[in-house]
Structure formats: C-alpha cells, structure tokens
Design a protein around this ligand. Structure first.
Ligand SMILES: *Cc1c(COP(=O)(O)O)cnc(C)c1O
Length: 424
C-alpha cells in the first residue's frame, strides 16, 4: 500500500464533518485495538447510548409496573409513535405510513396478505433470481397458502446477458411481458448479495402500469440510501433495523403502507388488537375498526425493550441526517473502489460484483475472489477486520458512513492485499 493513499485517507477524515459520530459507537476489540468493522450491512454496531434507552424502560417497569403504559414522557401504550418522525425522514414517507413492529419476514407476510390476493388470471409474483432466502420462502409459501402453484406463479428474473446484475430495462420489460398475469412485484431496495440499488421509482411505475402492486424489501436499503416511498407511490415496504439502523440483533422490524391504502379501512388484512382504533380497543364489541394508517396493520402491543434500542440509534440518525450520511457514503464507497483498483495484485485477483455507478449502489462492495478462497477471509479476521463471507467466494464489505472512516478503508484494503500476496 502506497504511503500517499494513507495520507489521502487521513486528509479526507480530517475534512469529514460526520467523523465525530464514530465515537458514539462501541467497536469490537482485537489485538488490543478497535476492529476494522465493515459488517454494518449484517449487524450494525451498538450506539453507546443504547443501554440508557433500554435501562430507562427497565426502570419504569421496576417503579411503575403496569402503570408504565401510561406514565413518563414515552408511555408504553403509544410507544411505537416515538420512532415515526425519524423513520419517515429516512424512508421519505409520512408519519402515518411507517411503523416499527414485529420482524421483517413477519411484516412481509402481513403485507402480502393484503397485497397478494390472486384473482382470475392475475396470480403471479415477480422477484429477482437469487433473492434472500427468507424472501423466497415467504413469497413461495404465500402463493401456496393462497391456493396457487408456486412453480407457475413465482417468477424469478435473472440477467440475460451474463451480467452480475439486472438492468432496470430488463425488469420493466419483464413486468410488461407478464402484464395482466402479474399481481405483485417484490424487489429489494438494495440487493443483499451484489449490493445493487434498484430503481424503486421505475419499478413501481412499471408495476402500476400493468395493474400490479409494487412492494419492496428494504433490509439493505433502510438507513443506507435515502428513499422517497410516498412520492414514488410504493404500495408497501418492509425492513429490519439491525443492519444499517443499528438496533441490535433481531431488533424490531418496520412496515410502510402508502396512505392511499392505509386510509382504506376495507383493505383486507390480518388483524390484531393493536391495529384497532384505540378508543374502542377495549370495548370488546367484536366490531373491527382498523386505525386508518399503517398502524392498522399492527397485531400486538409494542415490544418496548427492542423499540427502546431502536430509538437510541434513530436519534443518532436524526442528528446526522440521512442526506449527509448518503453524501459521505458515496465518497467512502467510491474511495474503497479506487483504492482496490490502484493495486495491481487486487485487480488481478478480485472482481467487484457491485455496480460501478454510485446511483446504482449503497454502502457496499461485493468482492468476488477469482483465484483464492476462504483462507483470505480468515486472514482478514485474524488481522482485525470484521466482514462477511458468502459462498462460493464472495466477501461483502460495507463502509458505513456513521462510524467508518477513510482510514478504515485503507487499512482494510492493505490487509486484503497482504492476504492475497501471502497466498501467492
Ligand atoms: C436481513 C434480511 C432479512 C432478515 O429477515 P428477518 O425476518 O429480520 O430475520 C430478510 N430479507 C432480506 C433481504 C434481508 O437482507
């Protein structure tokens, strides 16, 4: 690694107005120092305020027992409302369109119960080939539960020209081809394996043009890239909060339902008491009266401890601002790619699977090792880098703008170069 690249990184860090956010997180330790943590796309780091937020609710429980539902600045009965304003900013939604609840896959099932209702010829769901396993299982099983044949109705789109990722034109062409047989298009915001950022606007428009719904899995997009879910007319979206949103392992998930559907209380859904109008919730009248917002899809009372942990991280997002984070993220990922490309050893041995243009990717590069295997990954781990390995030969690295630095990028690439040179 050339000395001048490290100097450049140090200069970029000195100019970075978000650099101080790094100190708000705990870093795993290795060899007496902070790890180079590039795994925020899998499990975001813990903010050092999280325990305060969680402890506040534990204390409230200690002191007030069941009365905690109605006491303090954040009564448990309406606790889910505390995350709405920041989530709305991150996702480009109205507060009445977003709610944190359950986990991602559960929310996907709840959304599909409303948005996949096969009717006549219109029975198909379009996803991408190589979708995240949970999404594939969810969609496949939903088709089956609906009395349809998944072999005929689950359409998996793959690139035609041997490319590593789909073009928007290929996706919209397939949507047009399926036309009135298509019930739902279910795509990721950012693809977990390649890191590709899809054109949510174009996909949604194409789906609506043929009379299908458009839903998105934002597991790798929420907190990574800013979105405009309301203005792009997305029908529904789901996400988890333990990746870029740093809410802790298995943390609460999220659901977006566009207000045009949220306001429609006749929209079929799976219901529970928490989605019911709070005034008459306890009247036990057996009369269903859903809340006319996304909250009408809630089933259960709020998981307070998980939600408290979520709020700790959302407050940091609010201070940093998703647009500022994205601006740094673009620089950081572009910088990582340029440092990799400046090394002859690396360009010979690595193929970047992620699209090269910043408007087609978020904070991730998926590095395909052409001539080496898992031992490179193990060398990286031994030398203090934490990242993610995917079969057959892919290392996914996520330089996260909230807590990663340009120096992290250089240190990582230099260990990667050593690993490959060592292997010969
Ligand atoms: C991480 C991830 C999930 C995880 O689902 P959970 O229900 O939170 O366990 C699902 N889908 C995608 C695309 C993911 O990246």
């Amino acid at each position: 690694m050339k000395e001048e690249i490290l100097k450049k990184a140090q200069k970029l860090d000195a100019e970075d107005t978000l650099a101080s956010f790094r100190s708000k997180f705990y870093f795993p330790q290795k060899n007496g120092g902070d790890c180079i943590y590039l795994c925020g796309n899998s499990l975001g780091l813990q903010p050092n305020t999280t325990s305060q937020y969680v402890n506040a609710e534990l204390e409230k429980w200690q002191k007030h027992g069941v009365e905690g539902h109605f006491t303090g600045a954040k009564p448990w009965v309406s606790y889910h409302k505390n995350s709405k304003s920041v989530l709305a900013k991150i996702l480009g939604a109205k507060e009445d369109e977003v709610v944190a609840m359950n986990n991602l896959t559960t929310n996907l099932h709840l959304a599909m119960a409303s948005f996949y209702r096969p009717n006549g010829k219109r029975t198909k769901i379009l996803i991408e080939r190589g979708a995240f396993p949970s999404d594939f299982y969810a969609v496949h099983s939903r088709i089956k539960v609906s009395g349809q044949d998944p072999d005929k109705n689950l359409i998996e789109l793959e690139p035609t020209d041997g490319s590593d990722y789909l073009s928007t034109a290929e996706i919209t062409a397939k949507i047009e081809e399926l036309s009135d047989e298509l019930a739902l298009v279910m795509f990721p915001g950012v693809q977990y394996y390649t890191g590709q950022l899809f054109d949510i606007d174009a996909i949604t428009k194409a789906a609506h043009k043929v009379g299908a719904y458009a839903g998105f899995d934002l597991a790798h997009a929420a907190g990574n890239v800013p979105m405009q879910l309301h203005d792009t007319n997305v029908d529904f979206a789901v996400w988890c909060t333990y990746k870029y949103l740093n809410s802790g392992p298995g943390g609460v998930g999220g659901l977006f339902i566009h207000e045009k559907h949220g306001q429609n209380i006749e929209m079929p859904r799976l219901s529970g008491w928490w989605g019911h109008d709070s005034e008459s919730r306890f009247k036990m009248k057996n009369q269903i009266n859903p809340i006319p917002t996304v909250d009408g899809w809630q089933l259960s009372n709020v998981n307070i401890l998980s939600h408290a942990s979520h709020l700790a991280s959302l407050d940091i997002f609010d201070q940093a601002g998703i647009e500022n984070l994205r601006a740094k993220s673009i620089k950081l990922t572009d910088f990582m790619e340029s440092v990799i490309n400046s090394s002859e050893v690396l360009t010979k041995n690595i193929k970047v699977l992620t699209p090269g243009s910043s408007n087609e990717r978020g904070a991730q590069l998926s590095l395909y090792l052409i001539n080496h295997g898992k031992s490179v990954f193990e060398f990286l781990l031994d030398n203090g880098a934490i990242l993610d390995w995917r079969e057959p030969n892919v290392i996914r690295v996520a330089p996260v703008p909230l807590y990663n630095s340009f120096t992290d990028v250089v240190n990582f690439v230099s260990i990667l170069e050593k690993a490959i040179i060592n292997e010969g």
